[in-house]
Design a protein around this ligand. Structure first.
Ligand code: ZN
Length: 269
């Protein structure tokens, strides 16, 4: 097979131009063929469970770069290098149409996600103690899961996913936000980005729609595939409610409950 370009990182990616957009999975060899936007990538699936579940510090990871404040609403935000370059290219193009794109959140490791999850868990418990609401433990987990991942299952762990401009869908329904969303729907794919959490009307499972969340497919497709292969609900632990991961089917229904714009799987058996 002709290799045009190879990137050596946590896993090996070799590109060969070809049309189509799908993933062939050969679980016997642990080598997968990814086709994204006309590019075929052969991936030796050596991505570790520790990486996939966010057990690392992006500030110290060689494949991550700090996002300039020009592009981000906060200090100390990180992305994988290729995703950051693609995002900056997209910003340049968007500006030509008067569209402003600002990253609100990028990489979040396990401990970042655990803080988000635990804060929501505790806040709901406090409301329950005051008699404002009543929820069983699993109902509480499902309520948080409308928009927040269990630690260890977030796509934000991977350095490929970003939240843009507003964390409210309503922002994207009118005015400036509507223009931003329409621009992204037409143009983001040219830069490798897709929206994983689209409307659930098509039967997509898991998280509610998030018009702000975009994923850099040339990298995230491989991590999605590796996550589907390697992560099990029983591995999720060390946060409140983790004992419900299996009953909720976290990996299958949530982690893999993404739009077909972001991933189409075919299996070679
Ligand atoms: Zn997000």
């Amino acid at each position: 097979m002709m290799m045009r370009q190879c990137l050596l990182g946590l896993f090996l990616v070799c590109f060969q131009p070809r049309s189509g957009s799908f993933i062939s999975l050969n679980s016997r060899t642990d080598v997968v063929e990814l086709q994204t936007a006309g590019i075929t990538a052969l991936i030796a699936d050596t991505t570790s469970v520790a990486y996939l579940t966010g057990h690392f510090n992006p500030a110290q990871h060689p494949d991550f770069v700090r996002i300039d404040r020009e592009y981000c609403s906060r200090e100390n935000a990180f992305l994988r290098r290729e995703a950051y370059i693609a995002f900056k290219n997209m910003v340049v193009e968007a500006k030509k149409s008067g569209i402003r794109l600002t990253i609100l959140s990028a990489t979040r490791n396990f401990s970042d996600q655990k803080k988000i999850w635990s804060n929501k868990w505790v806040a709901l418990k406090q409301k329950e103690m005051k008699g404002v609401i009543r929820m069983s433990n699993i109902e509480r987990a499902r309520y948080i899961l409308r928009f927040s991942s269990m630690p260890g299952t977030s796509r934000h762990h991977w350095g490929t996913d970003i939240d843009l401009n507003s964390l409210k869908n309503v922002y994207f329904l009118s005015g400036e936000g509507k223009k931003v969303y329409q621009w992204l729907q037409v143009n983001a794919t040219k830069f490798g980005f897709c929206q994983p959490y689209t409307s659930k009307a098509t039967g997509r499972t898991g998280y509610e729609e998030e018009k702000w969340h975009w994923s850099y497919r040339p990298l995230s497709d491989g991590f999605t595939l590796a996550a589907g292969n390697k992560l099990k609900d029983e591995m999720l632990k060390d946060f409140p409610g983790s004992e419900f991961a299996s009953e909720i089917k976290m990996i299958k229904l949530y982690m893999l409950g993404i739009s077909s714009d972001c991933l189409q799987l075919t299996e070679n058996k």
